[in-house]
Design a protein around this ligand. Structure first.
Ligand SMILES: Cc1cc2nc3c(=O)[nH]c(=O)nc-3n(C[C@H](O)[C@H](O)[C@H](O)COP(=O)(O)OP(=O)(O)OC[C@H]3O[C@@H](n4cnc5c(N)ncnc54)[C@H](O)[C@@H]3O)c2cc1C
Length: 332
């Protein structure tokens, strides 16, 4: 491992100064992803700026029904928070579907959003990877590894997918990411736009400029109806999603869709909002065929290989089955 310096920042301005005045400095939050990548030689920072002492660890529930999660709130705290469980059960379930109890106790909201892909080529420094080393190629798109990787929003340069469970629920909840710029100003971006699609520059993963800090994630009041998170994976626990979905559904008195949200995980370089499927379903009479056809439309542009083509049918089936369960709950 490359030698690095370590400093614990006392306040946001100091953290940003340390991050921008030192060469190859990175922020350290819970460290559960960054330190793994340092051990693998994938991340080789010269300086770690520990942000644990910054005042971003709160969870604030507002009277208007929205919630503000500090970037340093721990995944376990958020998942276990009584109001989060009542207002946003889909978020609590998504977080609990990820990692392990120990990891969730360390992992933070900001770090979870900014965790890097689990593509085996990205994680193996002896292999080419356009994301880790631009211009070296993307063998992942040709081999067996593609099975676990992305099929929507991907490019010739990169098919890596975003591994977070939490973010899939958040994108379905219309979450907004609040950012502190290096000048100390605040700006915000919807979570849906926070992660960039790879195109020809897969090394650029988010809208964050160097030295910018994620301060909070805002969750608007929850959508109407019932919601759930479902994760399909190779092992029952301690595994990343092959496909996951965060869904919410409200039906009107006639059985038509009054509101629907569909987030998808395990399929794309960003937590994916299934806007095409949502539009097809909104106002339509809800039944199994309507759900399947909406999801087929969503995935019509999927770029698959022989190793991951199964993800299309799997996703259609998983989302349809979740929507059917929610519809049954709605009609009770
Ligand atoms: C064995 C294992 C299994 C796992 N399984 C799952 C799983 O099933 N599902 C899942 O979703 N996740 C899983 N994870 C990933 C885990 O959720 C992440 O490692 C964790 O959420 C990262 O949070 P952290 O605070 O530790 O981030 P860190 O490792 O500290 O940081 C990650 C990145 O975010 C940046 N960063 C952190 N906070 C900020 C901020 N406020 N502003 C700007 N930049 C910031 C850091 O510079 C770094 O680049 C697993 C991890 C492990 C090790």
């Amino acid at each position: 491992m490359r030698a690095f310096t370590y400093e614990r920042a006392a306040n946001p301005a100091a953290a940003q100064r340390l991050a921008t005045t030192q060469e190859e400095a990175v922020f350290l939050a819970g460290g559960t992803n960054l330190t793994d990548l340092m051990r693998l030689g994938v991340a080789r920072p010269a300086a770690l700026v520990d942000i644990s002492d910054l005042p971003y660890d709160g969870i604030e529930h507002r009277a208007d029904g929205s919630t503000l999660l500090g970037a340093l709130s721990r995944n376990a705290e958020v998942a276990g928070d009584r109001v989060v469980r009542e207002r946003y059960p889909v978020l609590s379930r998504a977080i609990l579907a990820g990692a392990s109890g120990q990891l969730r106790t360390m992992a933070t909201t900001g770090g979870n959003l900014l965790q890097r892909t689990r593509c085996p080529y990205f994680q193996d420094v002896s292999k080419p990877c356009n994301k880790r080393e631009p211009g070296t190629g993307c063998p992942a798109s040709r081999g067996l590894a593609a099975r676990d990787l992305g099929i929507i929003g991907v490019s010739d340069a990169c098919i890596a997918h975003h591994p977070s469970d939490m973010a899939v629920a958040m994108v379905a909840l219309d979450a907004v990411v609040h950012i502190r710029t290096v000048d100390g100003a605040a700006r915000s971006v919807s979570l849906e736009e926070f992660h960039l699609l790879p195109g020809n520059t897969p090394e650029k993963e988010t809208v964050l400029a160097p030295g910018e800090l994620v301060t909070d994630v805002e969750l608007p009041p929850p959508p109407p109806g019932s919601s759930n998170y479902r994760k399909v994976r190779d092992r029952a626990s301690y595994a990343f999603a092959l496909v996951s979905t965060a869904v919410s559904l409200a039906l009107d008195d006639t059985g038509s869709v009054a509101a629907v949200r569909i987030g998808l995980g395990g399929l794309a370089p960003r937590p994916w909002r299934a806007r095409t499927a949502e539009q097809a379903l909104l106002g339509a009479r809800f039944d199994e065929e309507a759900a399947k056809s909406a999801m087929r439309a969503e995935l019509a542009t999927a770029r698959t290989t022989e190793h991951n083509a199964f993800k299309v049918d799997l996703t259609v089936d998983v989302v349809t089955s979740e929507l059917l369960s929610l519809a049954a709950e709605e009609s009770r």
